[in-house]
Design a protein around this ligand. Structure first.
Ligand SMILES: Cc1ncc(COP(=O)(O)O)c(C=O)c1O
Length: 337
């Protein structure tokens, strides 16, 4: 099977498993796991931020961040296709007691002018706007990347209005590699950043939340309350360290593979709108002789797994378990359809 449904399907390589096997561990709830501590400080240093906390998932790091930045009854501004809003099980309401003001962005990205308009005035009838949450790359936007200048403008609005700024950076390294950026620029702008190790970086589990020291202290408490205090988590953190050391630069290869596949999709009569491919995600509309579902089934007959994400859209995600040969056979299969 060639797996394009998501980059979350990646499996640890022998090298990663060896690193996990050799990890030195301790009790991370007591801050005594040396491998977890190393992973947290490696990432904090990379982004020029003060501290980090290792968690079970990207959902957990996002939810902890939103809980720490807000008070119940508050409002969070984000794009209407944000993962935090549409794919985290209503967690914002459940965990933080906040509501969301979803904005109509451009493939998952919002602008400073929209944020200005969305901020509620101080009025007892209105929820207090407390946080802006961005996603880079934007998953539902087809792996689209923000311009750093646009993020900087949003930051200025946040500073003027006393709002915190969070980044769901589940695939931030895809954006950093695609746009040749310095991670420290992100660390400089955001109050908190969530980084997933278990997407294109290939670790089996884990995300790290970055922020200021006092924010991360607060996050440790919330993680415990959420039941996310893990003990000898260093075995998992070792996979994350291995991923950071070995799997960042190779993301460029996934981006090239995505371009190869999209160029053949563009020639087919059954494809409608195709989102511009900026990183490792392809989202395209299906029309004419196929529905998204029937095309996904056709792919499956050829042992190629893709995801129908709506009635007429398919998503394909490139990652380190998809080899050059697999891309070539996918390209020739699509060519024959
Ligand atoms: C943009 C984005 N944020 C957060 C998450 C959540 O990560 P996890 O599946 O580790 O909870 C995902 C998962 O696919 C994602 O795509």
């Amino acid at each position: 099977m060639i797996e394009y449904r998501s980059d979350t399907f990646t499996k640890p390589t022998p090298g990663m498993l060896q690193a996990m096997f050799e990890a030195e561990v301790g009790d991370d709830v007591y801050n005594e796991d040396p491998t977890v501590n190393k992973l947290q400080s490696m990432l904090a240093e990379k982004f020029g931020m003060e501290a980090g906390i290792f968690c079970a998932s990207g959902t957990m790091t996002n939810q902890i961040a939103m809980k720490c930045h807000t008070q119940p009854g508050g409002e969070i501004i984000c794009d209407k296709m944000s993962h935090v809003y549409i794919y985290e099980g209503g967690g914002i309401a459940f965990n933080s007691g906040c509501q969301v003001k979803p904005l109509e962005g451009d493939r998952g990205r919002i602008k400073a002018s929209q944020v200005v308009e969305a901020i509620n005035p101080i009025d007892i009838h209105k929820a207090r706007t407390q946080l802006v949450s961005l996603e880079n790359t934007a998953n539902r936007g087809g792996g689209s990347c923000y311009e750093l200048s646009d993020i900087q403008e949003i930051k200025e609005v946040c500073l003027e209005n006393n709002l915190k700024l969070h980044l769901d950076g589940a695939r931030l390294f895809n954006a950093i590699v695609a746009k040749d950026e310095d991670p420290k620029e992100y660390g400089h702008i955001f109050d908190s950043i969530s980084i997933c190790l278990s997407k294109g970086l290939g670790a089996p589990v884990g995300s790290v939340l970055l922020g200021k020291k006092d924010f991360i202290e607060k996050a440790r408490r919330v993680r415990k309350v959420f039941g996310g205090g893990m003990r000898q988590a260093g075995y998992l953190a070792a996979a994350g360290i291995y991923a950071l050391q070995n799997n960042i630069d190779r993301l460029a290869l996934d981006h090239r593979h995505a371009q190869q596949i999209v160029s053949v999709l563009k020639q087919k009569d059954f494809t409608g709108d195709i989102f511009p491919v900026e990183t490792n995600i392809i989202i395209f509309e299906v029309k004419g002789r196929y529905s998204a579902q029937s095309l996904a089934e056709k792919f499956k007959e050829m042992e190629i797994l893709v995801m129908a994400i709506s009635q007429n859209q398919i998503r394909m995600v490139l990652h380190l378990d998809v080899t050059e040969e697999m891309v070539q056979s996918t390209v020739s299969f699509i060519g024959q359809l």
